[in-house]
Design a protein around this ligand. Structure first.
Ligand SMILES: [Fe+2]
Length: 236
């Protein structure tokens, strides 16, 4: 089925609050990185396989949490203001959840398999996850080119910031840290400075320091971290 690229809408991207941008960049990068690892891991190696499956489960938990955040905080808000096509996004989220259950079944079957059986099952997992990523890339594209303009037409930036703050405020600290680990290496230097600059101003000092030490420093190159430290005026 041809998939509209909504190119005119992409060029409309403006200075409005980009509620989807950073988290979607984080999910794209993490999911594509994981897909590449599924392609080059030695499924005969029990330790390497266990590490990969554990990382994959952790990522799927975050991806599922992200869908719930959008359902509860964005789709409901869109519905309240009479936006069209929210059902379509809901259905895409339901399809993702069904896929997560199938992927979990496959993960469990690999864990229960012998070293001889694992490469064949691993290939199935690689193909299945690749298809999920393909669907998710299209889904996120629709959110950023169709749902985001609807949000901009129905909500002020202050209202969108309030929606985002409700999502962030609903997260336990370890989940918030996990999302920061996804986003920080995936976004560009200016976006990184904006995200963490906002946190520096609003969050408790210990929480900000923890994100710098445990989410930013280990996930950025030395040059990227130096750039961030300069932009945020961090004392070495
Ligand atoms: Fe979504």
């Amino acid at each position: 089925m041809p998939h509209s690229l909504h190119l005119t809408k992409i060029t409309d991207l403006n200075d409005r609050h980009d509620i989807y941008g950073p988290i979607h960049k984080g999910l794209r990068k993490a999911q594509c990185d994981l897909l590449a690892r599924l392609g080059n891991v030695d499924f005969g190696d029990a330790r390497a396989t266990a590490d990969l499956l554990s990382d994959m489960r952790a990522l799927l938990v975050l991806a599922a949490a992200h869908l719930e955040h959008e359902d509860r905080h964005i789709h409901d808000a869109l519905r309240t203001r009479g936006a069209a096509s929210v059902d379509r996004l809901d259905h895409q989220h339901d399809d993702h959840r069904a896929t997560f259950a199938e992927l979990e079944t496959l993960l469990a079957s690999i864990e229960a398999a012998s070293a001889e059986e694992r490469p064949g099952l691993g290939r199935r997992l690689y193909l299945a996850f690749g298809t999920y990523v393909a669907h998710d890339l299209e889904h996120m594209h629709e959110e950023e080119t169709v749902a985001a303009p609807q949000l901009w037409s129905l909500f002020s930036d202050a209202e969108m910031m309030a929606i985002e703050n409700r999502i962030v405020g609903s997260l336990p600290p370890e989940k918030a840290m996990a999302f920061m680990r996804l986003m920080i290496p995936a976004i560009n230097p200016a976006e990184r400075a904006a995200l963490l600059g906002g946190m520096k101003q609003q969050a408790p000092r210990e929480a900000f320091d923890a994100v710098i030490e445990f989410a930013a420093r280990p996930n950025l190159s030395a040059a990227e971290f130096a750039d961030l430290a300069r932009r945020l005026d961090l004392v070495a």
